[in-house]
Design a protein around this ligand. Structure first.
Ligand code: HEM
Length: 105
């Protein structure tokens, strides 16, 4: 079906323990996720990324995010993001639609 950002917000509940998004978002256990699509990986000022992340040379887009979020630790060995990943492609589609709402500017 069509991407559903409200359903994606419910998926993002799994991310909120570590990530904030929106106008008041700050870095926490993980970096804030505003404008994630088109953002260079490992580039948020003031966030202390792992060496694995500091060595990344990629820009987040829907395709590489989709691969990453299925299994973060397999895609980026050494990452400090301890999250088992999402398996359901529909859930990932909805999550992307939610995240993109904060990609406006
Ligand atoms: C990094 C998304 C869950 C902790 C990232 C990045 C993205 C992301 C896109 C890369 C950020 C960048 O390059 O600036 C998500 C999403 C999640 C999720 C969508 C839920 C589906 C979590 C959870 C935790 C976490 C549950 C903590 C237990 C981190 C950390 C980093 C990170 C620490 C930096 C990794 C490093 O420096 O190695 N996350 N995340 N994330 N995330 Fe998550």
């Amino acid at each position: 079906g069509a991407a559903d950002p409200a359903a994606g917000e419910r998926i993002f509940a799994q991310c909120r323990a570590c990530h904030q998004i929106g106008p008041t978002a700050r870095n926490g256990v993980g970096p804030q996720l505003n404008g994630i699509f088109g953002r260079k990986a490992g580039s948020v000022a003031g966030f202390n990324y792992s060496p694995a992340y500091q060595a990344l040379n990629k820009v987040w887009d829907e395709d590489n995010f989709r691969v990453y979020i299925r299994n973060p630790r397999e895609v980026t060995p050494g990452t400090r993001m301890v999250f088992n990943g999402l398996r359901d492609e529909g859930q990932i589609t909805n999550l992307i639609a939610f995240l993109k709402q904060y990609n406006a500017e």
